[in-house]
Design a protein. Structure first.
Length: 82
């Protein structure tokens, strides 16, 4: 009678190989997805408005507010009452 280990060896080897192939394919698919995500992040970052774009009204108001605060702080530092 044949040894059971010898008859199951090819089946065990093929099963292990198939499992390894599935894990490899899943890892490759995940890697491709991660690369696609990073590419989308880079494209989204590249399409943001340039730093030299004209300022909107809200930005101008905020800058004027900051300038006013700086003027007040400089007056306080100089000892001038407002």
């Amino acid at each position: 009678m044949a040894d059971p280990f010898v008859t199951l060896a090819p089946l065990t080897s093929l099963t292990g190989l198939a499992g390894l192939a599935m894990v490899t394919l899943a890892t490759f698919k995940g890697w491709q997805g991660w690369l696609a995500l990073k590419l989308r992040e880079l494209e989204a970052h590249a399409t943001t408005p340039a730093e030299n774009a004209p300022l909107g009204m809200n930005s101008r108001i905020e800058i004027a507010d900051l300038k006013e605060r700086i003027r007040k702080l400089e007056a306080i530092a100089a000892g001038v009452d407002l």
